[in-house]
Design a protein around this ligand. Structure first.
Ligand code: GAL
Ligand code: CA
Length: 354
């Protein structure tokens, strides 16, 4: 009898435990819940930092009474191994969509395998994986901008400044002596921007003389250091500085400031991105122009794409992944256009509404 009682008590406890566990494990309906895991390559990168702020805003906007949105951000601080671990953690934490700004754009396999195992789609952004990797699985997308377009626009802006006689040919030799400050080697936005800016200037009939090209990894302090050395070598021969991004253009300006060059004795500087500091420098006339890398629209495209994936659609109004650049790859790529920025329109970009 005593034994029976104990058996009954144990059975009751077992049933209670099973019921409890089942309730505890109950997941929110996937279609009513978006949990984004965002992995970025380096938050100390000015543009990426401002981009992440836009992404937060955009994911926040998706939330509604019947639709829960959450987001966790991880910073790999420049290490691909760290990023692989962070993606593992994001998956373990229950993310149902991953937004990945790869550290090494040529090395996404570990992340793709981790996500694929759990069937969690990945939206890569800003650092474009190579096409073969994008073909590894259907659940891979890319949101970014067309590097070639930014280079062409920078070249056009430079050509406009040179042709309107504002600056440049200081030594009146009929050529523009220029310096390039380049982003990370191997990044799609580095070599392609440089090549297209230079080719565009040449196409516009400008005769160029390249003094030097130096890598400064998108970074203002590194660009300042490089530029100090370059000025030491070429002194007032430099007439134009083309930088692959605003931070490096600003670093070059810092170098001239540090060496006490008056503004009129400095070359013409052009950047790309339209970061807050970059736009302010354009407004102040320190930077001749920049090319707006539309972080607001790119962030919006990521959020809308994430929503449509979670809700089970492949595309949504306004976020139609295009096949334009890759031809054979369907519904995987979204490229947002760049725009030219000069002192005439820079203020409008500082308070850019969506
Ligand atoms: C570029 C941007 C750079 C840097 C880089 C990082 O698109 O122009 O400033 O942020 O991305 O991948
Ligand atoms: Ca000259």
């Amino acid at each position: 009898m005593e034994l029976n009682k104990r058996r009954m008590a144990l059975l009751a406890l077992f049933v209670y435990t099973v019921v409890l566990c089942a309730c505890g494990r109950q997941q929110p309906d996937a279609k009513n819940h978006l949990y984004a895991g965002v992995a970025c390559y380096n938050k100390s990168d000015t543009f990426i930092n401002q981009f992440i702020t836009c992404l937060k805003d955009q994911f926040d906007k998706l939330g509604a009474d019947d639709f829960e949105v959450s987001m966790t951000i991880r910073d790999a601080a420049g290490s691909q191994r760290t990023q692989d671990d962070q993606v593992k953690e994001l998956i373990a934490a229950g993310c149902n969509i991953l937004c990945v700004n790869l550290v090494d754009r040529a090395d996404p396999s570990e992340i793709i395998n981790l996500a694929r195992e759990k069937n969690i789609p990945i939206i890569f952004f800003n650092r474009e994986p190579v096409a073969e990797d994008m073909m590894q699985w259907d659940g891979l997308y890319y949101v970014g901008a067309d590097a070639e377009q930014s280079g062409v626009m920078q070249g056009e802006l430079a050509a406009d400044v040179i042709k309107t006689g504002g600056i440049a040919d200081r030594n009146k030799d009929g050529k523009i002596q220029f310096v390039i400050l380049e982003g990370e080697s191997g990044h799609q936005d580095a070599i392609i921007r440089t090549k297209n800016a230079v080719d565009t200037l040449k196409k516009q009939g400008i005769v160029l003389e390249k003094l030097c090209c130096s890598i400064a990894n998108w970074n203002r302090a590194q660009a300042q250091n490089r530029m100090m050395q370059i000025i030491g070598q070429y002194q007032n021969k430099i007439e134009l500085v083309l930088a692959n991004n605003d931070d490096m253009a600003l670093g070059a300006i810092d170098a001239y400031k540090k060496l006490n060059y008056t503004e009129s004795a400095r070359p013409v500087f052009l950047g790309i991105d339209g970061t807050d500091a970059g736009l302010e420098a354009v407004i102040e006339g320190k930077l001749a122009g920049t090319v707006y890398n539309d972080k607001e629209k790119q962030a919006q495209a990521i959020a809308k794409l994430a929503l449509s994936i979670i809700k089970g659609k492949t595309s949504d109004e306004g976020t139609k992944p295009s096949t334009e650049k890759t031809g054979d790859v369907k519904n995987k790529y979204i490229y947002l256009p760049y725009s030219k920025v000069t002192s005439g329109n820079a203020a409008g970009f500082l308070e850019k509404p969506l």
